[in-house]
Design a protein around this ligand. Sequence first.
Ligand code: GUN
Length: 282
Amino acid sequence: MAKIIDGKAISKDIREEIKNEVAERVANGLCRPGLAVIIVGEAPASQVYVRNKKKGCEEVGFYSEVYELPAETTQGELNALVDKLNADDKIHGILCQLPLPKHLDENEVILRIDPKKDVDAFHPYNVGKIMIGDYDFLPCTPAGVMALLERSGIEVSGKECVVVGRSNIVGKPQAMLLLHANGTVTVCHSRTRDLAAVCRRADILVAAIGKADFFGADMVKEGAVVIDVGMNRRPDGKLTGDVNFAEVEPKASYITPVPGGVGPMTITMLLKNTLTAAKNRE
Ligand code: GUN
């Protein structure tokens, strides 16, 4: 029987800490952290994320602005908004919700956001800082995973860590953060030979491929820590991770559920990055 890592509870604790720090800052005459969120078009999943981000800001006492732009927005209009927010002293963090509609260039937007306000840590400047271990911001999902491990008392140093998935947002930075924590890291992907055998080596397995219930008991070592980054919809509409929870849970020592594991941590890490951005301005 695995211990269930309660991402909701850990997230709540961290938000409480952020809230207290914000209250203290404001009481001491320091600026209230401000986050701007941009969403272009009307993808329902993105709308839910954006609503939750705004709610998260209110919860911890941040100032926030949400820009809901129509799907026909031009690159020029989007760039102009980013420029305006870059220059706005009330705004410490800027997040442009991805994916963008096809006619817009995501890279152009990422490059345009002031790296000091890049609370997603997507700008190549921040990606490079993460690579050398000298960073202000960590990308929200991998940072959330590290916080779950730390707050559950799980030691990474010296452990075999297997990350499955190599996206720029999750897999690659996750591997780097585990490496900084002195894990021995393997990154797997769709071309990996005998994936199950590599996964079975893992003391800490991070599943981030976006395939519902893909990781079964045959892919997990007895006593492994299993972190499920997946967010998939089953045909019946229910949310499920990349890990077959019913099969894997009896074998694991720790496991994150979906929902209620990594998911709640991502916005909390975004809030943490925004607080850091505000502090770095002083
Ligand atoms: N879309 C899905 N996840 C994310 C994220 O972490 N940041 C942004 N900007 N867009 C996303």
